[in-house]
Design a protein around this ligand. Structure first.
Ligand code: UDP
Length: 315
């Protein structure tokens, strides 16, 4: 197969490209580097089945030759990024999805949308099954990401129903692991980098809000399997093991041996109080469930960031 991945220099895009290459496929990667990093694809560039173009996917995408897959992973995805890049976030979710779907239609390629648990907003139903319609403020600060992804899902279903494009929608829950940026802003990388630098861990609010953290290798396995099914409705992909942010902080302190403790900072506006995927569908459809527990995933991620913090790189 020859597949195109948008956002290939991002955290998930680069792991996904690696997976397709390891399976013997050819990958064409696009990224404009607004949140992605050249470091993430430097290894891949040596592979003759990988080609890369620096490109903004909100513009018309032209690719010569056949494509069997288009996987749309381009988007700022950390709250600090989409608060700083609100227009780009809306554009890549709307115009970028439109261009990527148009390409898939033209090439008669399968399309996979990287959607998000953010479509559920601050959920009134817990855990969240795919049938839940969500609780999102369109005008709140997170609306730029949440609504862009909700629109992207609607557009994907329209291309599926109206144009017959073969589509997949992955609703991705909090994911962590190597290749997150040092200053990504998300909780796992923040806590680990702070602990490794001997700084206090910044717990927002009282730390009682929950998230369910999936290690990147598990997530990529789920996405790869979803791509290879024939199921077009959304599928949750994430790890249902739920933790409070305070518990996460404790675990990072324990695993790094940090002596700096935690500091409490204000809870950001519209910060969801709970989040946990119901993965009944993914288990049945994909024969998949996460295997890497938080403690082990954090250990691997701490090892990665130890090198980054010492080397002074990684954004
Ligand atoms: N959070 C925190 N300290 C940080 C960064 C984040 O306590 O340094 C909290 C944040 O308020 C949220 C949770 O951790 O409740 C997860 O935040 P993240 O930015 O990783 O992603 P989200 O799930 O909110 O999109």
């Amino acid at each position: 197969m020859r597949v195109l991945i948008t956002g290939v220099a991002g955290f998930l895009g680069s792991h996904l490209a690696e997976r397709f290459l390891n399976e013997g496929h050819e990958v064409v990667g696009l990224d404009n580097f607004i949140t992605g990093s050249p470091d993430n694809i430097s290894q891949l560039l040596a592979n003759e089945r990988f080609s890369f173009y620096r490109y903004d996917v909100t513009d018309f995408i032209y690719v010569a030759g056949d494509l069997e897959g288009v996987l749309h992973f381009a988007s700022p995805a950390s709250p600090i990024d989409y608060l700083e890049l609100p227009i780009q976030t809306l554009k890549v979710g709307s115009l970028g999805t439109h261009k990527a779907l148009g390409l898939a239609k033209d090439k008669e390629a399968r399309f996979l949308l990287a959607s998000t648990s953010e479509v559920y907003g601050d959920p009134a139903i817990h855990p969240q099954p795919e049938s839940y319609w969500g609780n999102v403020s369109p005008v709140g600060p997170r609306g730029v990401y949440d609504e862009a992804k909700r629109f992207a899902e609607a557009l994907t279903m329209a291309y599926h129903r109206y144009h017959g494009v073969d589509t997949r929608i992955a609703r991705i829950f909090n994911t962590y692991g190597p290749r997150m940026r040092k200053h990504d802003g998300r909780v796992v990388s923040n806590f680990i980098v702070q602990a490794l630098q001997g700084e206090s861990l910044t717990v927002y609010g009282d730390g009682s809000q929950t998230r369910s953290f999936c290690y990147v290798d598990d997530l990529i396995e789920g996405i790869y399997r979803l791509f290879n099914t024939d199921y077009s409705d959304p599928v949750n992909v994430g790890n249902p093991a739920e933790f409070t942010v305070a518990q996460l902080a404790e675990l990072v302190v324990e695993l790094t041996g940090s002596a700096a403790g935690v500091v409490y900072e204000p809870l950001p506006e519209d910060d969801p109080k709970v989040r946990q995927p119901d993965i009944t569908l993914a288990r049945e459809l994909l024969g998949w469930e996460p295997k890497i527990e938080l403690r082990e995933g954090l250990r691997r991620t701490i090892e990665y960031f130890s090198g980054i913090v010492k080397g002074g790189s990684g954004g």
